[in-house]
Design a protein around this ligand. Structure first.
Ligand SMILES: CC(C)(COP(=O)(O)OP(=O)(O)OC[C@H]1O[C@@H](n2cnc3c(N)ncnc32)[C@H](O)[C@@H]1OP(=O)(O)O)[C@@H](O)C(=O)NCCC(=O)NCCS
Length: 166
C-alpha cells in the first residue's frame, strides 16, 4: 500500500533546525557537507540558492539544496541532498519532485550533481530519477580539509521530458 503523499515546498527559516539536524545525522559526515546557521540563513536569502523540504504525512523527511536557481546560464547545481531515513525510497521521491519543480518553474536546461564516487546509495537514487554519470571531476570538492574527487551526474531537460512525457 502506498504511504502518505510526499509534498515539497521551499524552505523557510523555521526549517533550519530540521535541515541542520538532517545534514548532521550520524554517518552523514563522510557523505554530505553541513553549514552553520548563519551560512544557511545567508543562502536562504541570497537569491541563488533554493532549498526545498519534503514532507510526508506533514512530517519533514528530507531536504534538497540547489545553487544557481533560475540562473541565466540555465545550469543549476544540486548542492546537497539528505533524508532522515535513507534506503526507503524517500531520497528518489524527494529529488524527483524537486527536479520537476526546477524544470517547471525555471528555464534550466541542465541539472548537475557531484557526489563522492563511493556513495553508491546516492548514485542509485540519482540514476532512478534519471541522472546520468558523466565522469570524475578531480579534486573538485574541498571536504574535511582535503580535496576529493567527485562523480559528476547530470539530467538535461529533454531527457527529463522524455522520462516524464512532460
Ligand atoms: C543519498 C540519499 C538522499 C538517497 O536517498 P535514499 O532514500 O536513501 O535513496 P533510495 O532509497 O531512493 O535509493 C537508494 C538506492 O541505493 C541502493 N542502496 C542502498 N544502500 C546501498 C549500498 N550500500 N550500496 C549500493 N546501493 C545501495 C538501494 O537499493 C536503492 O537502489 P534500488 O532501489 O535501485 O535498489 C540518502 O541516502 C541520504 O540522505 N544519504 C546521506 C547523505 C548523502 O549521501 N547525500 C548525498 C550526497 S551527494
Amino acid at each position: 500500500m502506498a504511504g502518505p503523499a510526499l509534498t515539497v515546498s521551499r524552505a523557510s527559516e523555521g526549517d533550519l533546525g530540521f535541515i541542520m539536524a538532517t545534514e548532521r545525522r550520524p554517518g552523514y559526515e563522510a557523505l554530505v557537507g553541513h553549514w552553520e546557521e548563519a551560512r544557511h540563513r545567508a543562502a536562504l536569502a541570497d537569491g541563488s540558492h533554493a532549498c526545498f523540504i519534503g514532507r510526508s504525512g506533514g512530517m519533514p523527511i528530507g531536504f534538497v539544496l540547489l545553487r544557481f536557481w533560475n540562473a541565466p546560464e540555465r545550469v543549476t547545481l544540486v548542492r546537497r541532498v539528505a533524508v532522515t531515513t535513507p534506503g526507503h525510497g524517500d531520497g528518489r521521491r524527494l529529488l524527483s519532485a524537486v527536479v520537476a519543480h526546477a524544470f517547471r518553474e525555471t528555464e534550466v536546461h541542465r541539472l548537475q550533481i557531484g557526489l563522492f564516487p563511493d556513495n553508491l546509495r546516492a548514485r542509485r537514487a540519482y540514476e532512478a530519477v534519471g541522472f546520468v554519470a558523466e565522469g570524475i571531476s578531480r579534486g573538485s570538492a574541498f571536504f574535511g580539509g582535503v580535496f576529493r574527487d567527485e562523480l559528476v551526474m547530470s539530467l538535461l531537460r529533454p531527457e527529463w521530458k522524455a522520462l516524464n512525457r512532460g
